[in-house]
Each structure stands twice: as structure tokens, then as C-alpha cells.
Design a protein around this ligand. Structure first.
Ligand code: TRP
Ligand code: ZN
Length: 854
């Protein structure tokens, strides 16, 4: 594998040349698209005599320095030019074929429109350039294209000129006054419907807002633009940050590798995170749109104005921006429910990544393919690290740290160390030990023991931490862990609330004047991304579910309680004993359902039992069939015992028009299916009468546990109703992919030929193949290996077409270590099959080789 060379953080060197200005001129002509790039090059290191530019998959038409042709060497992924000059203009003309570009990186086509995706290293497919984030240039862009097919010609910054040309062609010119790295460049040319609005900043500047969507979708752009205005107002009020250009554009495209991209002034979005109306999008979709619009907007300061020195620092912008979007969602909606969602991502996905072959710290030390590091670790654990800083500093000092960070680094490309230094200097809080969170991978295990001394009214906690060694890192040190706890009395009163600093491998904490033995609520609000080990009794958990001040702690207690019950039953099955659920567990659940004061969305969260993947994360090894059986059993027991209350709640909530009520109503409907087939009628009625997609989909999800004639009928109805709306059909594909029916896999194989499916569109691939492998664990781990074959075949098809997506959906196949030996053998055989591909992409090579321990 000569192509698959790792790069190391420790090898970072400053650029020897930089480019201060770039004039780009695009002539968009299908397969013969031309790009003229005029770079103002400055030599930074006077000993450097060879300029080496990055470039990939382009035809070079000419290379000139100060107007004269020069000789150059073209390598596989670079271009070198010898030079003695300190400053010069470099002009390179390249030719590209965007129509043939299915990788969706660089310049490509989505449904007839030209668009670009340059992060992380896509710009080098547009022209030869210093494609690294610490080279920041001022861009001027001219775009020329056919007027009828491409009426809108967009790029970053402000429009400065436009006009007609001969032959029904036209052009537009854009200028972005803010220096930026190449990964933030964007171009879009196409025909769209346009929704416009305006935002007045707090210093009274009018900003034009534009959302471009495929023709016919104008009425689905309102929520996105409303979310954008909320984001702009929130960033002013909470972070003191104002928008800086006169125009902000969002373009929605259906062919997109990820969620969205924060290109300066011209965000490109996956349609999934823009288009919504109540008949076609669920409450969850609405929430996702608000979060992603916010996320990309917040990047304008955390990412664009201050950017990353190198790609190892990705969490500098992503962890921080995820933290910001989480806070935005929490300030606007339910803080507890948003927190629960974030905790689930860490526990169900990030912990798995961190104990698998791709384990890496939030600031990775070595990378083969950068696209493989847009991970739950860098993004979501990265956000947890920022959240811990926020907990340690408090809002005021945290914001002082942010201000200092911008004061010092506006317009620069910096490191995570620079960020922490600003936080430390502004707050006076010592963060030396805390910084280990950036360099140490793996999930710390925090074990707590309690001891109560009645005579002295003294409560003692012994807290120990260890981080297991991970694939790429053996020695682990003790971390600085902010540990949030509450002590509850037998009456359920709060006796003490505190965040303690756990810093040593083993540490004792003594609490005086504790007049009775308390029930401890530990690691409240998931105050650090660690695994907590504490031997909770059923009584204690039931007590926490009722009395913990924190709603998140109540939910956590319910998860622990029900998980314990499921694992007890796994043990029962293995010992050939009858399964059984403790009545106190059922009573606690019933109590939640009857509680008049709890937020309905929280009740829905509690009644959504931990997924199979969440349960797998709690164990060292799993017997999957027993786990599935035990989980079904416990769900059925709880549902059956709460049948009357579930029916009552379901009926009460039927007509209530808000998202929390719908969430609980659909959870009740789902659980009632476990009680009896009679409730299929409820689901059918709900589907037939549904006034919105949340209710339609809720009904179909409730019926998705097994095959039935009702399900078949409604799925067919949905298909005929929505067959020409791809995003809505994605939900249908996912229902098929996550169905509990044994025939699921046969259906999926057939669906790869369905007109609503295509390997070339990532949304379709994720909805069918991705959802199956990540969300239908029982069938994916089919004992004959058919699930693995299905995924592997898809990955092999995608290897050439879209390696980025191929390497994303492989995740469940490389996380095999908890499964039995025969499944592991089949999973490894699948990986060997991929490894044997003659033209294996770097993306897949990196993951497969690590998984196989090569
Ligand atoms: N920076 C983007 C975000 O976090 C995500 C992103 C990175 C991306 N690489 C990408 C999006 C490639 C699309 C394609 O919002
Ligand atoms: Zn981001």
C-alpha cells in the first residue's frame, strides 16, 4: 500500500510559502469545465526554492509565473515548481469533469446543479494549491455559465459584478474580504427556488438571508430561514458574536456526503437539514434542521474567523461548535431532553469507537485519510470536553475565555493549545492536567464506593479512575474530571449538591453534617464522558427516579434500572431459568407515566428502553440472541403491566398539538404493540388520520417490530403517496432496514433495485444500508453472516464511487470484539474481502487495516 501513508501531528511544520490572494475564474462547461487560478504567492522561508502544490485528478492546461510559462513537475498528488522569487503571481489553468465526480468532493453535480465540497481536502481537486488550513487567502471568484440552465451563480462573500455574455451565457463575480483557508471555498451554479429574508444585527446592519432549494420546494424552506434568524440572535445574546458580511446564503442539495458545510457566507446543506413541512417532516427533523442551521452559522466565528492550524486540530472548531449548537438547542427548547440526546450519542456510539480499532483522542496524533476523522470522538466527545471546561469555569469566566480567544486569534489558524491557553488566562483556573483530555484516548472508568458513618454524620466517597489501554495508546494518566453529585435524604430532599474535582487515580471525599445515610446521585448531567461504576440497589435507583433534582439524573436512573433487569434476564436465560422482572421496576415505570408534573418529552425518553447497541456498550462481551430475547421480554413485561395507563395516556394525548405530546403518544403506541395485536388497529387509525409526518411515521414505527398485513398495507400506501419525494422515501427505506421481521434482509436486497434507492446518493445509502447495519443489530449479526455479506457488498460497490461514504458505513463491521468467535470470524472474513480489493481507497484501507491489526 504505497498510497496509504500516515501523517503525524508531531511532524507539523509551518508553510514555507503562502498565498495571500487568489483570483479564481470558472468556465462551467460540463465535462470540459475550466478553472483559471491566479495566486499571489509569498515565500516565507527564504531558503525554500521549490514550491509544492497539492492537486488531485485534474488535467493541467498551463502553468505561468508572472505571465511566463514555466516548467513544472507533476506528481500523483502534487505539482512542484522551482523558484528563486520572494513574491510572484502564479497562474494555473486546470480542466475538470464535474459530471464524472461521484465522490462528492471538489466540484461535482447534484441534480443538475454545480456545487463544491472542499473540506477537508477537496479544493485540491479544483486547482493546484497550498491546500492546508494555515494558508489563508483573500478570494475573488468569477463564474461563467449557461444562463438558462444556471441562472444563479454563487460564491463566498459579497457579489460585486454580473452581466450577460454572448451565446446565452452570463457571469457573476464575488469578493470575500475575509482571508480564509481553501476548505471554506464554495461555488454553486444552478436553478433554484429562492426564499429571502433579512436580519438586522444588534449594531443595526441589515443582512440579506437567502435559502436556495430545488424548484417546487419553496414552502419547505421556512423553518430553515427561521432557524437561521434564531441562530443569529442567539449568538449575539449568549456569545456576544455578530455576523460580519452583508449576505448569508444556504443552498440545499440532495447529493451530499454529510450534514452541511460552513463555507464562508455560502453554506451548502444536505436537503435533509433544510426541507421541512409538517406533512413530510417529523418533529425530530424540525429539531435537526434547527440544530444544523445553528451549527453551521456558529462556525462563522468558531471555525471561519478563527480556524485550525492543521487538521489534527479539527476539534478546535468542531467540538466547540457542537457545544455551541447544543447550548443553542437547550436555550431554545428542553435542556434536559437535549442533554439526554447528547449523552446517548456518547454512550452508544462514542464509547464504542473509543474501545474499537479506530480509537483516537479528540486531537488525533496520526491520520491516513482525514475524512475518517470527522468522528463522534472529535465532534461529540470534543463537545463534552468543552462542556467540562464550561462546568469548571462557569458561564461568566467561560465567556471571558471566548472573548480573549477571539481577541488574540481573530483571522488566524490556531491550535487546541491556543484555545485552552485563552480559557486559562482569562479565568485563572489551572488547566494543565485538564489538557490531557485532548491527547488521551479511551473511556475512563470511574468506580465509586460509599461509606456512611452515622455517629459522626459523615459520608465518604472513594473515587477511583482508570483508563483502559486503547488500540493506539498504552499508558494512561489520571484525568481532571469534574464530578457532579447530589445527596438525597430518605424523604427525597436534596442534602447537598456539588461539583467535585477528581484528579487522582484514587481519591477520597468526605462530606460532614450528613445527618442520615443519603442516596447519591452520581456523575449528574453526565458531567464527564466516563463510565460510572457504582453498585446501585433497586431501591436507590427507584428513589433517584422519583426525587433527583436533575431530570437527566432521573432518566439515567431509569436506564440503569431497566438495564440491570435486562442483564439479570440474560443471566437467567444462560442458566436456563425463568425470566422475571422485579415488581419495583414496573412500579417505578408506572409511577413515571402517572406523574402529572414530568415533562412529557422526558417521560417519552424514559419509556424508550435502551437500544441493543446501548446495552452492548454496557458489557464486555455479549450473547446477542439472549440479549435480544431478554430486552424484548422486559419491554413486554413493562408494557403489559402498564397497559391501562399507556392506553389512557395515548388517548389523552391524541389531539394535543405539540412535539412533546406526540413523542409520548408515539412511545405509548409503540409499547402497546408489545402487549397485543389488538393495538395494531390504534396504529392503523393513527396512520389514516395523521395530520403530520410525526404521527404517520410513529404509527409505522410502532408496527415495525414484526411482519403483519396491516404493516404491509400501510407501507404500500406510504410508498404510493411519497414515491416522488426522495427525502420522504428515505424514511420508508429506513423502516424496511430496521424492521424486526426475519425476512428483512431479503427485502433489503430487493430494495437495492428499487427506484427510490441509488448507490450514488449518500442519503439513500445511509437510509437503507447504513440504517440496517447500525440500527438493526439482531439481523445485521445474523448467525449465517448474511447481514455482513449485505453490508460488505455495498461497501465494495461504494469503494470506488464514494469512498467517504463507504468508510462511514463500515463502522459496525470493525467493532467486532464483543461478539462470539464465530461472528467475529465472519466479520473478519468480510474485512479481508474488502482488503483484497485491487483499488482499495485510503479511507477503507485505514479502517480495515486497523481493525485487522495490520
Ligand atoms: N465541517 C462540516 C460541519 O461540521 C462537516 C464536514 C466536514 C463535511 N467534511 C465534510 C460536510 C465533507 C460535507 C462533506 O458542519
Ligand atoms: Zn461543524
Amino acid at each position: 500500500m504505497t498510497q496509504a501513508q500516515a501523517k503525524y501531528l508531531k511532524d507539523y511544520t509551518a508553510p514555507r510559502f503562502t498565498i495571500t490572494h487568489l483570483d479564481l475564474s470558472f468556465t462551467l462547461e460540463g465535462k470540459e469545465t475550466q478553472v483559471v487560478a491566479k495566486s499571489q504567492v509569498v515565500r516565507l522561508d527564504s531558503t525554500a526554492t521549490c514550491l509544492i502544490l497539492d492537486g488531485d485528478e485534474m488535467k493541467i492546461l498551463s502553468v505561468k509565473i508572472n505571465g511566463e510559462d514555466v516548467s513544472y513537475k507533476q506528481g500523483l498528488t502534487n505539482l512542484s515548481i522551482d523558484t528563486q522569487l520572494d513574491e510572484f503571481q502564479l497562474e494555473i489553468v486546470t480542466q475538470l469533469d464535474p459530471e464524472a465526480n461521484l465522490s462528492l468532493e471538489g466540484l461535482y453535480m447534484s441534480d443538475g446543479a454545480y456545487c463544491t465540497q472542499c473540506e477537508a481536502e477537496g479544493f485540491r481537486r479544483i486547482t493546484y494549491f497550498l491546500d492546508r488550513p494555515d494558508v489563508l487567502a483573500i478570494y475573488t471568484v468569477r463564474i461563467e455559465a449557461d444562463k438558462t440552465a444556471f441562472p444563479y451563480l454563487l460564491s463566498n462573500g459579497n457579489p460585486i459584478e454580473k452581466g450577460s455574455l454572448d451565446g446565452d451565457r452570463h457571469f457573476a463575480k464575488w469578493h470575500d474580504p475575509f482571508p480564509k483557508p481553501a476548505y471554506l471555498f464554495a461555488l454553486v451554479a444552478g436553478d433554484f427556488d429562492l426564499l429571502e429574508d433579512e436580519f438586522i444585527t444588534r449594531s443595526n446592519r441589515a443582512v440579506k438571508l437567502q435559502v436556495f432549494v430545488d424548484k417546487g420546494n419553496l414552502n419547505k424552506a421556512h423553518h430553515a430561514i427561521a432557524s437561521l434568524k434564531k441562530s443569529m440572535a442567539w449568538d449575539e445574546s449568549r456569545f456576544n458574536l455578530e455576523y460580519d458580511l452583508d449576505i448569508y446564503m444556504i443552498v440545499a442539495v440532495d447529493f451530499f456526503n454529510m450534514g452541511a458545510m460552513e463555507n464562508k457566507g455560502l453554506n451548502v446543506f444536505n436537503t435533509k437539514y433544510v426541507l421541512a413541512d409538517t406533512s413530510s417532516a417529523t418533529d425530530e427533523d424540525y429539531h435537526g434542521i434547527e440544530a444544523v442551521v445553528g451549527h453551521e452559522y456558529f462556525h462563522n466565528w468558531t471555525g471561519n474567523r478563527v480556524t485550525c492550524r492543521d487538521w489534527f486540530q479539527l476539534s478546535l472548531k468542531e467540538g466547540l461548535t457542537v457545544f455551541r449548537d447544543q447550548e443553542f438547542s437547550s436555550d431554545l427548547g428542553s435542556r434536559a431532553v437535549n442533554r439526554i440526546h447528547a449523552i446517548k450519542v456518547i454512550k452508544n456510539q462514542q464509547f464504542a469507537e473509543d474501545s474499537g480499532p479506530m480509537s483516537h483522542p479528540i486531537r488525533p496524533e496520526s491520520v491516513i485519510e482525514m475524512n475518517n476523522f470527522y468522528t463522534v470522538t472529535v465532534y461529540n466527545k470534543g463537545a463534552e470536553v468543552i462542556r467540562m471546561l464550561h462546568t469548571l469555569l462557569g458561564e461568566q469566566k467561560f465567556q471571558a475565555g471566548m472573548q480573549l480567544y477571539f481577541q488574540r486569534h481573530d483571522g488566524q489558524a490556531v491550535t487546541c493549545d491556543d484555545f485552552v491557553a485563552a480559557m486559562q488566562d482569562a479565568s485563572g483556573v489551572d488547566l494543565v492536567q485538564f489538557k490531557l483530555w485532548y491527547s488521551q484516548s479511551g473511556t475512563p472508568v470511574v468506580t465509586v464506593e460509599e461509606d456512611y458513618d452515622e455517629v459522626n454524620a459523615c459520608y465518604r466517597l472513594t473515587i477511583k479512575q482508570t483508563t483502559p489501554e486503547s488500540a493506539e495508546q498504552k499508558d494512561k494518566q489520571a484525568l481532571h474530571i469534574p464530578f457532579d453529585l447530589e445527596l438525597l435524604s430518605g424523604q427525597g430532599e436534596s442534602m447537598l449538591s456539588a461539583v467535585i474535582d477528581v484528579k487522582q487515580a484514587s481519591q477520597e471525599f468526605i462530606f460532614n453534617d450528613i445527618t442520615e445515610k443519603p442516596v447519591p446521585s452520581l456523575l449528574q448531567n453526565f458531567s464527564a464522558p466516563v463510565k460510572l461504576v457504582f453498585d446501585y440497589s433497586i431501591e436507590q435507583l427507584v428513589h433517584l427516579m422519583r426525587f433527583a433534582s436533575s431530570e437527566v439524573a432521573r432518566w439515567e436512573a431509569s436506564v440503569t434500572l431497566v438495564s440491570q433487569s435486562i442483564w439479570d434476564n440474560v443471566a437467567n436465560l444462560q442458566l436456563n431459568q425463568a425470566m422475571h422482572v422485579d415488581p419495583r421496576v414496573v412500579d417505578a415505570y408506572r409511577g413515571v407515566l402517572l406523574s402529572p408534573s414530568l415533562d412529557l418529552a422526558l417521560v417519552a425518553e424514559i419509556f424508550t428502553l435502551p437500544s441493543v447497541s446501548a446495552l452492548i456498550e454496557q458489557a464486555e462481551s455479549v450473547e446477542l440472541d439472549a440479549l435480544g430475547t431478554a430486552r424484548d421480554y422486559v419491554a413486554e413485561e413493562i408494557a403489559t403491566a402498564c397497559e391501562d395507563e399507556l392506553v389512557t395516556r395515548y388517548r389523552e394525548l391524541a389531539g394535543v398539538d405539540n412535539a412533546a405530546a406526540r413523542a409520548l403518544k408515539n412511545t405509548c403506541l409503540f409499547l402497546l404493540q408489545k402487549v397485543s395485536d389488538e393495538y395494531q388497529e390504534y396504529a392503523e387509525d393513527q396512520y389514516v388520520q395523521a395530520a403530520n409526518m410525526t404521527d404517520s411515521l410513529g404509527a409505522l414505527q410502532a408496527l415495525n417490530g414484526e411482519a403483519s398485513s396491516v404493516r404491509t398495507r400501510l407501507m404500500a400506501d406510504y410508498e404510493s403517496k411519497w414515491k416522488s419525494t426522495p427525502l420522504v422515501m428515505d424514511k420508508w427505506l429506513t423502516l424496511h432496514a430496521t424492521c424486526g421481521d426475519d425476512k428483512c434482509l431479503e427485502t433489503l436486497v430487493a430494495l437495492t433495485d428499487h427506484e427510490s434507492f441509488s448507490y450514488s446518493n449518500p442519503n439513500r445509502v445511509r437510509s437503507l444500508v447504513g440504517a440496517f447495519a447500525a440500527g438493526n443489530l439482531i439481523q445485521f449479526h445474523d448467525i449465517e453472516g448474511k447481514g455482513y455479506d449485505f453490508l460488505t457488498d455495498a461497501i465494495i460497490k461504494l469503494n470506488k464511487v464514494n469512498p467517504q461514504v463507504a468508510a462511514r458505513i463500515i463502522t459496525p463491521l470493525i467493532q467486532f470484539k464483543k461478539f462470539d468467535s464465530s461472528r467475529q470470524a465472519m466479520m473478519k472474513a468480510s474485512l479481508e474481502r474488502i482488503l483484497g480489493l485491487p483499488d482499495l481507497s485510503k479511507d477503507l484501507y485505514e479502517k480495515v487495516s486497523k481493525a485487522l491489526g495490520l
